[in-house]
Write a protein that binds this ligand. Sequence first.
Ligand SMILES: Cc1cc2nc3c(=O)[nH]c(=O)nc-3n(C[C@H](O)[C@H](O)[C@H](O)COP(=O)(O)O)c2cc1C
Length: 264
Amino acid sequence: MPADSVKKTLIVAFGVCIVCSILVSTAAVSLKGIQDENKRLDRIKNILLAGDLLNGDADLRTIYEEKIQPMMIDLSNGKQVPKEEFNEVLNIEDFDITMVAGHPQYGMTIPSEKDTAKINKMPKYTVVYIHKEDNVIKQIILPVYGKGLWSTMYGFVALDTDLKTVRGFTFYDHAETPGLGGEVDNPRWKAIWKGKQIFDEKGDLRIEVIKGTVDTSGSEAQYQIDGLSGATLTARGVNDLVRFWLGDDGYGPFFKRFKEEIYG
Ligand SMILES: Cc1cc2nc3c(=O)[nH]c(=O)nc-3n(C[C@H](O)[C@H](O)[C@H](O)COP(=O)(O)O)c2cc1C
């Protein structure tokens, strides 16, 4: 067969395609473990970031294992799900909140009038992270997520054991515009959340991201967070998702149960 024949060209091209696809799929399969571990480490890092538990060079996994106790909860009643009920979807190690939200058995559709975080579906179960030192609960770190302007934003809110005071807030995944909505990652903006109150003394949900800058001398300042200049739509998304998850349709039943068990 001549070297420049159509048949030979096609055979060589086909051969190159086959070899390349084998190489790509082998790389994808062999790197999957490393990717999964990196994802897990990133989640751990952000849980620790939200709880202000990252210090210097200490190994992430060591801090996490020493200080954090993950707990699977049933969001409908706040009860802990026992280990015996874990399976390949419901488990702490590889818990994927959006996958569980979309699962026919473990997820549910949110009625549109309640779907203020604009996520359509939510998990019936989730993992919360209890920070303990010497067996004393110091804070609780809760996963939250909801729509920004361009993307679904995923983060963690750390709460004091009074379940009112924010100890920290961080997003670990979003695709908002850098410099605009992306300012949700700005350490100065995240620092504003520390110490803010979620509920008032009557137990009403009060936390709010406002448009503009908070009047720090005002009586509402304890509940208010500065908006993001030029990114009001992302800021509104953050407001809505935080209020959804910390409200009755999110962690409300868990808060109730936690208070009964700890203080009851
Ligand atoms: C290319 C481009 C990207 C934008 N990205 C964001 C964004 O990530 N988040 C956001 O809230 N607004 C973004 N905006 C601006 C919004 O369209 C809107 O003007 C803004 O949220 C209003 O906020 P302001 O009232 O503080 O100006 C973007 C605008 C453009 C043109």
